[in-house]
Design a protein around this ligand. Structure first.
Ligand SMILES: Nc1nc2c(ncn2[C@@H]2O[C@H](COP(=O)(O)OP(=O)(O)O)[C@@H](O)[C@H]2O)c(=O)[nH]1
Ligand SMILES: [Mg+2]
Length: 707
């Protein structure tokens, strides 16, 4: 059955790892009759955590799409992992959903994950409601949790319910929106509706008035009505709440014990009645920020927000129909690569279960298999006018690790498997670094990479080895030097002879011509590894024929590529060839290439040669209580603190840190601050390494060179 856009609700479950998202999704499916029996995370039989690795680990690692019919609506439920390492899964879910259900663990209060996710919800401006879960927990405190939420997320956090009891006996919720009370039986499920006892009326009424006021505030007509009548009708209230929710002017708070199946039904009712359908949200979905209305009669525009690879099936693509509708057999064009794709089968999903459907209308989420040319972030469209959905901005990598396999014969298999992982998870990036002679895997954190390693072993039978990634150092010089070298080889057959005299200088933009030399020709180029190389031909009197210009240059470039100090590329150097000698027979390209290379090396070592290291701009956001630890740790990493600031609830530390000191920083920061910090890093510049570091690197290279 296909649903009209207005009858669709796309909901994403967000929250700190372990707060109960997956358990909550299970109760939603059960309450809606989509499953006959509730699974448990501990038993590895929930709909959402269906992959082996999730069952083994007992927590979610991938987003999972599920759906349930509630009254006349279809609720698409996207369950997400709570750990920051899987932030990529969260942003892809937020790019296709219209309401965020933020689950907070009533026993732990607001946790780091909740705070980090709140920032991301803010970036997407997604309407959000809160569910205080685990109210059956012995340590549960609704009051403390609510207070922390208000403190952290602001005055728009508005309670719609409160528990009459908490802890092991929890079974009663006062609903201030409906002004009624729900009492659950021992097995949870459908509660009994009873009147609010007199002792609670005052508190409930006060809560009710506050949410009526909040609803009225966002619509002039309602405001007038509210001032005139002092209240709103049920219908007006619903209208006001829908507007306020869609504008992120209110963040309703509900109560729940997902493990005991108490509370999810009411929340689904609220989602059905009040939460926005795809048609109610102004969606600047198109590249360029234009709005695309989810009009089912419009041409079809579809966006792939996730791809997984399944044995025996191949690619499974998860998508949202942003406009028009999709029918079985439809052929769409891929906006990114112009290929045409035929949708032979379209499905709705419940975890790993997929059910065939004939049609999906604008706003709906679905699945298809075996698309040949389409990937995550691709838009597919019908009709002549191409529309491109704004790609998901995945978080930048936070950790890098060199990878290899014990058996060389497995390298190709490993690369193929890593590319499949990358297709499934764009926050995993594989880099073939010819410079570092390593394959580097970039990810969001140690756990993220460990999961990739685990999957390569279990799914693809490849034993992945992690090694410390090398640092892309650079070499340069700090003062001018002259050098010359005569290459002479006369052993049986054709000999080799070439002599080159050169001046080598640090290159900088706008530097004066080489003193005392006559420049015949010059070229300045951008080096593939960054920086500049200036090559000047200053030969007068023909001591070296110009036909050898490029051979000498080639010799120098080979040495520039693998500098004398650590074998790292050299940057920002000017070489002026001003004299030399030739032999009428034995001079050839090879002779002058060799002479150029060795003369350059000698000159380089006389010119105050220095190693440069990549410096990253680091921004650490942390709770003020852990700022001291973060700062002193940064000092042990040769960091230069550039400034401190506050950002919302966080202290922000800006620093410049050598990449060499940032290896596994994500794990150290997490353990140093118990997860109460997050960071971003970006390449900033190259700068000279300190003397002791230079010496250590040169000794190390020499050691490698000698071995
Ligand atoms: N006491 C209690 N435990 C819960 C509740 N909801 C979930 N849990 C437990 O909390 C743990 C994490 O649950 P899960 O649904 O995987 O959380 P997620 O990481 O947010 O998806 C599991 O052991 C659940 O059984 C609840 O309402 N009360
Ligand atoms: Mg989960």
């Amino acid at each position: 059955m296909s649903y009209e856009t207005k009858k669709i609700r796309n909901v994403v479950l967000l929250g700190h790892s372990g707060c109960g998202k997956t358990t909550f999704s299970e109760t939603m499916l059960f309450e809606a009759g989509a499953i006959a029996r509730r699974g448990r995370v501990e038993d590895g039989n929930t709909v959402s955590d269906y992959t082996n690795i999730e069952k083994t680990r007992g927590n979610s690692i991938f987003t999972s799409l599920m759906n349930a019919n509630w009254r006349d609506c279809k609720i698409n439920i996207v369950d997400t992992p709570g750990l920051d390492d899987f932030a990529g899964e969260v942003v892809s879910a937020l790019s296709v959903t219209d309401t965020a259900v933020v689950i907070v663990n009533g026993a732990n209060g607001v946790e780091v994950g909740t705070e980090l996710l709140w920032e991301t919800i803010g970036d997407y401006q997604t309407p959000a409601l809160f569910v205080i879960n685990q109210l059956d927990h012995s340590k549960a405190s609704y009051e403390n949790t609510l207070e922390q939420m208000r403190e952290r997320f602001g005055p728009n956090v508005i309670p719609f319910q409160y528990p009459l009891n908490q802890g092991g006996d929890f079974n009663t919720i006062v609903d201030a929106l409906r002004m009624t009370m729900y009492v659950f039986g021992p097995d949870g499920g459908k509660p009994e509706k009873v009147a609010i006892p007199d002792s609670e009326i005052g508190r409930a009424q006060e809560m009710h008035n506050a949410l009526v006021e909040a609803a009225a505030e966002n619509d002039e007509g309602l405001m007038e009505q509210f001032f005139e009548a002092g209240s709103l009708t049920e219908e007006e209230l619903a209208k006001g709440l829908t507007i306020a929710l869609a504008k992120q002017e209110i963040f309703p708070v509900f109560c729940c014990s997902a493990i005991n199946n108490m509370g999810s039904g009411r929340i689904m009712g609220f989602i059905n009645d009040i939460a926005p359908s795809p048609a109610d949200r102004e969606n600047k979905a198109l590249v360029g920020g234009e709005v695309l209305k989810p009009d089912p009669n419009d041409a079809t525009t579809l966006f792939i927000y996730k791809t997984i690879s399944e044995p025996k099936v191949g690619n499974v693509s998860y998508f949202k129909v942003f406009s028009g509708s999709l029918k079985t057999g439809d052929e769409l064009e891929n906006a990114q690569n112009r290929n045409s794709e035929r949708f032979n089968q379209i499905f709705v999903a419940n975890g790993k279960e997929r059910t065939l459907v004939n049609e999906l209308k604008a706003g709906d989420l679905g699945v298809t298999v075996k698309l040949k040319h389409s990937h995550t972030n691709n838009t597919l469209f019908s009709g002549s006018k191409e529309k491109v959905i704004r790609p998901i901005r995945f978080p930048a990598p936070k950790i890098r690790m060199a990878v290899s396999t014990p058996s060389k014969s497995d390298i190709e298999k490993m690369t193929k498997a890593l590319h499949i992982l990358q297709e499934e998870d764009p926050t995993i990036q594989l880099e073939h670094s010819r410079e570092l002679k390593q394959m580097i895997l970039h990810g969001q954190g140690q756990l993220h990479l460990d999961i990739a390693k685990y999957r390569l072993e279990k799914v693809y039978g490849i034993n992945l080895v992690f090694e410390d990634p090398r640092i892309p150092y650079r070499e340069t010089i700090t003062k001018p030097a002259d050098a010359h070298y005569r290459h002479k080889k006369q052993s049986g057959g054709s000999g080799q002879f070439g002599e080159v005299h050169m001046r080598i200088e640090p290159y900088f933009e706008g530097m004066p011509e080489p003193e005392g030399l006559t420049v015949r020709s010059s070229e300045i180029e951008d080096l593939p590894w960054g920086g500049k190389f200036a090559y000047y031909w200053c030969i007068v009197g023909g001591s070296i024929d110009t036909k050898f210009t490029q051979a000498i240059r080639k010799g120098i470039m080979l040495r520039m590529q693998e500098g004398p100090l650590t074998g790292s590329p050299c940057i920002d150097i000017r070489v002026s060839i001003y004299d030399g000698k030739m032999h009428p027979v034995d001079s050839n390209d090879m002779a002058f290439q060799t002479a150029g290379s060795i003369a350059f090396k000698q000159g380089f070592e006389l010119a105050g040669s220095q190693i440069l290291e990549p410096i990253y701009r680091l921004e650490v956001l942390c709770d003020s209580e852990v700022m001291g630890e973060v700062m002193s740790d940064l000092q042990t990493r040769r960091a230069i603190i550039m400034g401190m600031d506050t950002e919302g609830h966080y202290q922000k530390i800006k620093a410049k840190v050598p990449l060499a000191e940032l290896h596994k920083y994500s794990s150290s920061l997490r353990s140093l601050t118990q997860g109460k910090a997050k960071f971003s890093q970006e390449f900033e510049e190259y700068s000279l390494v300190p003397g002791d570091v230079q010496q250590r690197l040169m000794n190390q290279y020499k050691g490698e060179d000698d071995s």
